[in-house]
Ligand binder design. Structure first.
Ligand SMILES: Cc1ncc(COP(=O)(O)O)c(C=O)c1O
Length: 378
């Protein structure tokens, strides 16, 4: 099987599993325990937090471990909204956020907050001028994702950071898809809150973090023990944290090489499709290098994905969360309106283990399957 769905999740690297294993089998202590076994677990947790902080230019106290991107997004949004509701009830986000943000925003609306959803252009980008226009005296929070998980479009995060710098408005970015390829410095970007998830960067599932800038207060969403400086109760996931930090070290060491490899893969894919005469258009521009979203006019999505799977190629229709139901993508709908394009587009996402030769074969399989639709021979 050739796996081209790394935006959904990634295989864990053997180095990561190796780093984690002792924390299941030998150093299994609870970091809150006084004894030596507990202290070793605490030391590992602290070291992991330091590595992850360095990754994004933060300090260790600014990193709160969570169970993944969804929890980080929810904590950021509800935590910021409820900590600041005495100042206002207006929140701004975009129409193309991951459901972890969009559905949390829907709930905030039901709880009395007023949410503005910014449009995107055909490239999938928001306009900073439109964001500026949407700001109100009672705007307490802006949440704009770093790079989109379906089409890969990168948003002007640093420009938004500059726009918000002098305001009493918190700025959250969901960087879950971006951290594997983009060099991110939270202070240079001017963000107050940033979400991350390990399983998108060849780390384990079930661990993520929320960066919370020093001085930013979030309403508590989780009650129990005093872990994570009272910000997230519950015994810490030490093996997960160790695995996440090992994965981050490998990202840092290999990022440039990976970016170059993914760009070459994307070029090879499009070039081979051109050579084979496949009709397509790329959805999105200024993209994260690992994501290529293709409009293939005339295909029917679900059978298309199944036929690709039968040919040994795992690709997807966009976000895995909507893939079970295959509704038209909310991201493509925001970009192109209700059109065939929103129902006839597939996402290919590269990752470790993919080679340029695999990508050439993928393009050949895409050609075969597209042809069956064009010739009506299914
Ligand atoms: C942009 C983005 N945000 C949030 C999430 C949710 O992350 P997790 O699966 O770690 O909860 C995902 C996962 O698909 C994502 O792509």
């Amino acid at each position: 099987m050739n796996y081209f769905d790394h935006a959904a999740t990634t295989p864990m690297r053997p180095e990561v599993l190796e780093a984690m294993t002792p924390y299941f089998l030998e150093q299994y202590g609870n970091p809150s325990s006084i004894h030596g076994v507990g202290r070793k677990a605490r030391a590992a947790l602290d070291a992991s937090r330091r590595t992850l902080a360095t990754w994004i230019g933060a300090t260790p106290n600014e990193i709160v471990f969570t169970s993944g991107g969804t929890e980080s997004d929810n904590y950021a949004l509800f935590g910021a909204a409820y900590a600041n509701r005495h100042k206002g009830k207006h929140v701004i986000t975009t129409k193309i956020e991951h459901h972890a943000v969009l559905h949390a925003m829907g709930q905030l609306e039901r709880e009395g907050f007023d949410v503005t959803y910014l449009d995107v252009d055909e490239s999938g980008a928001i306009s900073v001028a439109a964001l500026k226009d949407a700001l109100r005296d009672d705007t307490i929070l802006v949440s704009v994702m770093y790079g989109n998980n379906e089409v890969g479009t990168i948003q002007p995060i640093a420009d938004i950071g500059t726009l918000l710098a002098d305001r009493d408005t918190l700025f959250h970015t969901d960087a879950v898809q971006a951290l594997g390829t983009e060099a991110i410095d939270v202070h240079a970007l001017g963000v107050d809150l940033l979400s991350a998830s390990a399983h998108k960067v060849n780390g384990p599932t079930g661990i993520g973090f929320l960066f919370i800038k020093t001085g930013v207060k979030l309403a508590t969403r989780s009650f129990g023990g005093q872990q994570e400086r009272k910000r997230r109760a519950g015994t810490e996931n030490v093996p997960g944290a160790v695995g996440f930090s090992r994965a981050a070290e490998l990202v840092i060491a290999e990022r440039n090489e990976r970016v170059t490899a993914y760009r070459e893969m994307a070029d090879t894919l499009l070039h081979t499709l051109d050579e084979l005469g496949v009709e397509y258009e790329v959805n999105g521009a200024n993209r994260l290098p690992h994501i290529v979203n293709l409009y293939l006019p005339g295909i029917e999505l679900e059978p298309f994905l199944i036929m690709m799977d039968m040919r040994g190629c795992a690709i997807s229709s966009g976000s895995a969360c909507t893939a079970g139901t295959i509704e038209p993508s909310h991201v493509l709908t925001a970009m192109y309106g209700q059109s065939d394009r929103t129902k006839q587009s597939v996402r290919i996402s590269f990752g470790l283990g993919n080679t340029v030769d695999d990508v050439t074969r993928l393009a050949e399989r895409l050609h075969e399957v597209v042809s069956t639709f064009m010739n009506g021979v299914r």
